[in-house]
Design a binder for this molecule. Structure first.
Ligand SMILES: Nc1ncnc2c1ncn2[C@@H]1O[C@H](COP(=O)(O)OP(=O)(O)O)[C@@H](O)[C@H]1O
Ligand SMILES: [Mg+2]
Length: 366
């Protein structure tokens, strides 16, 4: 017996189509009741992974387990899963009620029980009262709500959602994000959610799986993925960043000192080395990354912070409503700084001091 039950286990899955390796050794565990997100750029293998779990895609090597049962050779319809896709998958000639009834009738659920479950599912997605509408009489968001209700009404072992919010406008997308998160916890159904949108993944998930070219780059909670990316790919994919280059001048177990190509030195915490072997020795050429919101900015005449403080000049100021995006020229480069406010009087040409904490900078060998 395992301490923590896994509802899904994927072991060494490999899939090739023609000359393309689509899944290149996928190992993955989905815990009972969690909302796990597959995140990555278009074409990285998210849908293929979901299809392997659902049983829509045969694999060349490896095994798939659902609730401890090996299902590698079990057909899709026997896996008991609920799926929602990016494009509306409702039956257009059936009402909302009939769409939900369909799967229950196939499973020969008794009439009263069907009615009860359909009402409950519609309540869950806030669609009560719209039972008699046809899909064409619903908005995009409402259709996706019905699609989710239809997936849930059969009480699936797993809920699989493939970019269900991609076709919706920004406001609706935000709203439905929160809704899906809420109802997933309410129902408690183990869920795998696919998206290419990092913000969506960060805001919704218990854990995120970052994929790239048919491989898994990192698995972790949203904060682990954002604050402690293990690879350069994860760091760059998950948010905005500034980049510097240099050579390692000295290091101990806690800190790495880098001599920048443009002159000047910076300190980086030794824990923040990324890359597969996480090696970083004196003399190595390295790339350094820091997120815009991790840079502090202050008037040049103020006392400088202890580490990593550099003179900079404002070259661009963009007001974003909730924040200021300040572009500075510094260390011979342009860097983006994101702050909630700026000092009055700052303008293009103002001399400032930009600094950051060594724990916020990531480093990787070139
Ligand atoms: N039926 C297919 N035939 C050939 N190539 C495919 C097929 N399905 C997917 N692919 C390729 O497999 C890769 C992964 O696709 P997919 O899993 O759909 O990616 P994602 O969902 O992350 O965008 C892509 O390069 C895609 O072109
Ligand atoms: Mg896809």
């Amino acid at each position: 017996m395992q301490a923590l039950a896994n509802d899904v286990e994927i072991r060494g899955v490999y899939k090739r189509i023609g000359r393309n390796v689509i899944l290149d050794g996928i190992d993955l565990e989905v815990k009972q009741g969690e909302l796990l997100t597959l995140l990555g750029p278009s074409g990285c293998g998210k849908t293929s992974t979901l299809n392997v779990i659902a049983g829509f895609l045969d694999i060349d090597q490896g095994d798939v387990f659902i609730k401890g049962q090996r299902v590698t050779d079990v057909p899709a319809y026997k896996r008991g899963l609920g799926m929602v896709f990016q494009t509306y998958s409702l039956f257009p000639h059936m009402t909302v009620y009939e769409n939900l009834d369909f799967g229950l009738s196939l499973r020969k659920v008794a009439k009263d029980e069907k009615k009860r479950r359909i009402q409950k599912a519609l309540e869950l997605v806030k669609m009560t009262g719209l039972e008699n509408r046809y899909p064409r009489e619903l908005s995009g968001g409402q259709r996706q709500r019905v699609a989710i209700a239809r997936a849930l009404v059969v009480q699936p072992t797993l809920l699989l959602l493939d970019e269900p919010l991609s076709n919706l406008d920004a406001k609706l997308r935000h709203e439905l994000r929160a809704e899906i998160k809420r109802l997933q916890k309410e129902v408690g159904v183990t869920t795998i959610f696919v998206t290419h949108d990092q913000e969506e993944a960060l805001s919704m998930s218990d854990r995120i799986v970052v994929m790239n070219k048919g491989k898994i780059e990192q698995v972790g909670t949203p904060t682990e993925i954002y604050a402690h990316p293990r690879t350069e790919f994860v760091f760059q994919f998950i948010g905005k960043s500034n980049q510097l280059e240099g050579t390692v001048k000295s290091r101990d177990s806690r800190m790495i000192c880098v001599e920048l190509a443009e002159g000047g030195q910076v300190l980086v915490e030794a824990e923040n080395v990324m890359g597969s072997d996480r090696s970083c020795a004196v003399g190595d050429a390295v790339k350094l990354y820091i997120r815009p919101e991790k840079l502090t900015i202050q008037a040049a005449e103020n006392e400088a912070p202890h580490y990593n403080a550099h003179a900079a000049t404002i070259v661009q100021l963009n007001y974003l409503g909730s924040a200021w995006e300040i572009e500075v020229s510094m260390l011979g480069k342009r860097m983006q700084v994101l702050r909630p406010s700026i000092e009055s009087g700052w303008t293009i040409g103002t001399e400032v001091m930009v600094g950051w904490n060594p724990s916020d900078m990531m480093i990787v060998k070139k």
